[in-house]
Design a protein around this ligand. Structure first.
Ligand code: NI
Length: 177
């Protein structure tokens, strides 16, 4: 369909609570997901939430293939997740570096639950119910935060660990957006 402009931090749509999708499946939902996939692929992103292209609905997509740029990062299956619900499965948190297509060029050290269960449906309305950990759990938490108007810089505990990727990682080792 189309690569859409990605809204950047400061845009009110990124701070709003997104609304549940009520009709699944639907041609309008399929068109939104195609735009999200096209946009994420064009920008080489690890995930994207609908508000990032200006659509205030509870839809996220994510997926990471093995990538030589990020050898420390595990593969995450390409997933379309609608009306997600996340449940923490342990009190343990990990801190790791995150980036975001809405905060281009920056990286921050963000705490996330190490293990989560997430549920929702795919574009056909089929249920998704997974227990995941580590990087996969981090990506899901980051994307679902977008649906509640939360950007990762809001979760950084120590803002000394927030900066420009090229300064923080001059050798090019960082985290995917
Ligand atoms: Ni993001």
């Amino acid at each position: 369909m189309a690569v859409k402009p990605v809204r950047r931090m400061g845009d009110p749509v990124l701070l709003a609570r997104a609304q549940p999708v009520e009709k699944i499946p639907s041609p309008a939902l399929d068109a939104l997901i195609q735009d999200m996939k096209d946009t994420m692929t064009a920008l080489d992103g690890a995930g994207l939430a609908a508000p990032q292209i200006g659509v205030p609905l509870r839809v996220v997509i994510f997926g990471v293939q093995a990538n030589p740029r990020y050898p420390q990062v595990a593969e995450v299956p390409m997933t379309i997740l609608i009306n997600p619900v996340i449940e923490a499965l342990s009190a343990d948190e990990d801190e790791d570096w995150e980036g975001c297509l809405s905060v281009p060029g920056m990286r921050g050290l963000v705490p996330r639950h190490r293990r989560i269960r997430y549920r929702g449906v795919d574009a056909a309305g089929r249920p998704i119910d997974r227990e995941v950990e580590g990087f996969h759990a981090r990506v899901v938490q980051h994307e679902c935060d977008h649906l509640d108007g939360i950007l990762y810089p809001m979760r950084i505990r120590d803002l000394r660990h927030f900066g420009y990727e090229t300064i923080l990682f001059p050798d090019g080792v960082g985290a995917p957006d």
